[in-house]
Design a protein around this ligand. Structure first.
Ligand code: FES
Ligand SMILES: [Fe+2]
Length: 370
């Protein structure tokens, strides 16, 4: 069973006036890059479940039909506009509108029955969105121009492995851009400046980069303060946390870490980090954390709470920056920012109509300058 923790940190409310100003200044990017985004988790969507959803500015309804298939359709009934996510009912492979009872096919979205027996109007059809279930996630496809999926999401390596704690979940709703959030993986230089977990700039190395998958390998030297130890303690010089961050599109992050411990021991921790644009001003961050099961159950719980707290605190330190920064398409980068530029080159594939993320010559200069 998953343990659920909902934490919505307080953020300063913005007036519409300040938002208009920010919208002009903060980002020239398309607000919603193309890709697969988290709609729900498979275990939270039993047969018959009907859930209202908003993804990339679209009001949607997510439901699981009686044959076990998950569907996402536009939420508003073409008859008179009721929201199917609020009171809609699954019937076989269909969903029935709560207002006048029109029935829509789960696959095509076409109306298949009107209770009065009237002839079905041609326009009585719900727009259908592509859905996949991969590694426990129910994913919905968004494309700025309505195109069919341009890639598939490979299963997340290691997610089915036994011997892990239950997941611990944390979610945030924030005002940020998804590009800024995903670029943060590569931005190792901000870690000692902003995060208590380390006093040094982590080592960043490129891992697998293939189509929609981008992987970083990051080595972090943990700080004495973060480990709760007094400053005179000397940790072994080579003690590191080895992190692999794998992104599939900009939405799905799979973070696996091996944490060196004193006396030559180590343990492993993992976080599934989904980023979903809701509308032009709102992003949902949804994280599932887990740790290797310890021989004693209470110890596993203790370790899980500690890991989740460290991870979430780090995210909240970042949120303060993400919510207030601007996205610069021509940043004044230095050599150590090469990862950000490399990531931007890869991320271009998900934008249909934005301005270029970074001119190629700037990326080359960043990689080669002293
Ligand atoms: S609004 Fe859906 S059946 Fe009338
Ligand atoms: Fe960070």
């Amino acid at each position: 069973m998953y343990s659920l923790v909902e934490r919505i940190p307080p953020h300063t409310a913005r007036t519409d006036e300040t938002y208009t100003m920010l919208a002009q200044q903060r980002s020239s990017l398309t607000p919603f890059p193309n890709g697969w985004y988290l709609a729900s988790y498979s275990h939270l969507l039993p047969v018959g479940a009907v859930v209202p959803l908003k993804v990339c500015g679209h009001e949607l309804v997510l439901f699981r039909a009686e044959d076990g298939k998950a569907h996402v359709k536009e939420a508003h009934c073409p008859h008179l506009g009721a929201h199917l996510g609020h009171g809609g009912k699954v019937e076989g492979g269909c969903i029935r509108c709560p207002f006048h009872g029109w029935k829509f096919d789960g696959e095509s979205g076409a109306c298949v029955q009107i209770p009065s027996g009237d002839r079905i109007p041609k326009a009585a059809k719900l727009r259908a969105f592509h859905v996949r279930e991969v590694s426990g996630m129910v994913l919905v496809w968004y494309h700025e121009r309505g195109a069919a999926p341009e890639y598939e999401v490979p299963p997340l390596p290691g997610i089915d492995e036994a011997g892990w704690s239950p997941w611990k979940r944390t979610t945030w709703t924030l005002d940020a851009t998804i590009q800024d959030i995903s670029e943060n993986d590569a931005d190792v230089c901000h870690s000692p400046a902003m995060h208590t977990i380390t006093d040094d700039i982590p080592d960043l190395a490129l891992g697998l980069v293939e189509g929609p998958v981008f992987t970083w390998n990051i080595k972090i030297k943990p700080s004495i303060a973060w480990m709760g130890l007094p400053s005179f303690v000397k940790l072994p010089e080579d003690m590191r946390t080895h992190v692999e961050v794998r992104r599939t599109g900009l939405g799905i992050g799979w973070i696996r870490a091996t944490v060196d411990l004193p006396f030559g021991r180590s343990t492993r921790v993992q976080t599934l980090a989904n980023t979903t644009p809701i509308d032009e001003r709102t992003i949902r961050l949804d994280m599932l954390h887990r740790v290797r099961a310890a021989p004693l159950r209470p110890l596993t719980g203790l370790f899980l709470r500690g890991y989740a707290l460290t991870f979430d605190t780090t995210v909240e330190e970042d949120i303060r920056v993400w919510e207030n920064k601007v996205y610069l398409t021509r940043p004044a980068v230095s050599k150590s920012d090469w990862g950000i530029m490399r990531f931007r080159q890869w991320a271009k594939q998900f934008y249909s109509s934005s301005l270029p993320l970074v001119p190629d010559e700037l990326a080359t200069a960043a990689a080669g300058s002293d």
